[in-house]
Design a protein around this ligand. Structure first.
Ligand SMILES: Cc1cc2nc3c(=O)[nH]c(=O)nc-3n(C[C@H](O)[C@H](O)[C@H](O)COP(=O)(O)OP(=O)(O)OC[C@H]3O[C@@H](n4cnc5c(N)ncnc54)[C@H](O)[C@@H]3O)c2cc1C
Length: 364
């Protein structure tokens, strides 16, 4: 099969915020891109599910802004109604002090937190909106990468997609960016047999990245409006409790009407229970929440649980100019995501911006 008509400039694995930022910037500069994601929607861990048509954030809950570049993007999102300023601080809880409102004297109590009325996946949907339909392929899990050479002797990548029909041309491009959580990037590099072709020092840096898991429990039922929007906890079991309904357009709950709450297990609790009985783990988190905010939360009748193996990055990579992996020859291979240039949504976005810039500078 002659693949040359199908070869794109850049293949981006992952339609999270880093991958979509890369795709958007490269498209704006006239490059042909193809984004592949195993999921059925965009946004990655900035994830929203619909519970009887009501959006609920089961991944990222909010975001903060520190850099000028992300401030500019956030201002565009604010202007277009994609996000809004949810709050300037959350309640805090620890065993010694109990529940405390945000402290207006502390930095934590006066730092804007942004969220989306339609759920956090609105950020990814907005970044993806400029991509033509053929630049984004969902439900496409990349299981391998191969190198090949075109008629002019230029190297390119071929991606293997799980379950793809044998007579379908595989996605191909002159450069690839992997934007998965780093352990998944490493697994893909292994599957492609690439580690021997990579720089051992860079591989060691990737392997040193640490991710923390999160067990998320969503609760729904009739409840009164709480005095808090979100609570950050220092606790063995729980790290977060929020009133998700508070973020929605019609968030003011009807007295005793249905509301949704989100609980997050602490990294230690989530690690210990991620491979066990998730229902039993959720029971324990709900019981603990009842001890902290009141027994009413244990009475909410409906429940969903989601396990994130790679939720947050307690230990990422400090600095890596251009985020290109040194490889024995062509074609170029880049990495991006929240393990680079600072964690969280802002870090993912900034790493995407940096990789796009590096690709454009390299004239790929
Ligand atoms: C429970 C939870 C709470 C969080 N809370 C916050 C918060 O409050 N504030 C904040 O700023 N950040 C928060 N985060 C972190 C934030 O969501 C991430 O830092 C950010 O979304 C990461 O973006 P990314 O592009 O680096 O990666 P991702 O969003 O993970 O994107 C990677 C994409 O790659 C896809 N993928 C993986 N493997 C393959 C494959 N083999 N083939 C094809 N596609 C593949 C995935 O489906 C995913 O869409 C939270 C995360 C979680 C899970």
């Amino acid at each position: 099969m002659n693949l040359e008509p199908y070869i794109q400039d850049v293949l981006i694995v992952g339609a999270g915020l880093s991958g979509l930022k890369i795709a958007r910037d490269l498209r704006a500069a006239g490059r042909r891109v193809l984004v592949l994601d195993k999921a059925h929607g965009v946004g990655g861990r900035a994830a929203t599910r619909r519970w009887d048509d009501v959006p609920v954030d089961h991944g990222a809950q909010f975001f903060t802004v520190r850099s000028a570049a992300f401030r500019a993007q956030t201002n565009r999102w604010l202007a277009h109604g994609v996000c809004f300023r949810w709050t300037d601080g959350f309640h805090q809880w620890d065993e010694a002090h109990g529940l405390r409102p945000p402290d207006p004297e502390s930095k934590d109590g006066t730092h804007p937190r942004y969220a989306c009325r339609q759920g956090m996946s609105a950020l990814g949907k907005d970044l993806a909106a400029v991509l033509p339909p053929d630049a984004l392929r969902l439900a496409a899990r990349v299981t391998g990468l191969q190198r090949a050479t075109d008629a002019r002797g230029r190297g390119y990548w071929l991606a293997e997609i799980e379950g793809a029909p044998a007579d379908e041309p595989p996605p191909a491009a002159y450069a690839v960016v992997l934007t998965l959580p780093t352990p998944q990037t490493l697994a893909l590099l292994e599957a492609a047999g690439l580690p021997d072709s990579l720089d051992p020092g860079e591989l060691a840096r990737l392997r040193a990245v640490e991710y923390a898991p999160t067990l998320a429990v969503l609760l729904r039922g009739p409840a009164l409006k709480t005095a808090w929007q979100g609570i950050q906890l220092r606790d063995q079991a729980l790290s977060w409790i929020s009133a998700d309904t508070d973020k929605r357009e019609d968030g003011v709950p009807v007295e005793g009407g249905p509301q949704v709450f989100v609980l997050h297990g602490s990294p230690e609790f989530s690690r210990e229970h991620q491979d066990g009985d998730l229902t039993a783990a959720a029971d324990r988190l709900v019981a603990r929440a009842g001890e902290i905010v009141g027994g009413w939360i244990t009475q909410l009748p409906e429940r969903q649980v989601h396990r994130w193996r790679y939720a947050n990055v307690p230990r990422g990579v400090d600095r890596w100019a251009g985020l290109q992996l040194a490889l024995d020859g062509e074609p170029p291979l880049y990495v991006a995501g929240d393990a680079f240039l600072g964690a969280k949504i802002e870090g993912a976005y900034l790493s995407g911006a940096e990789v796009a810039q590096a690709i454009l500078s390299a004239r790929v």
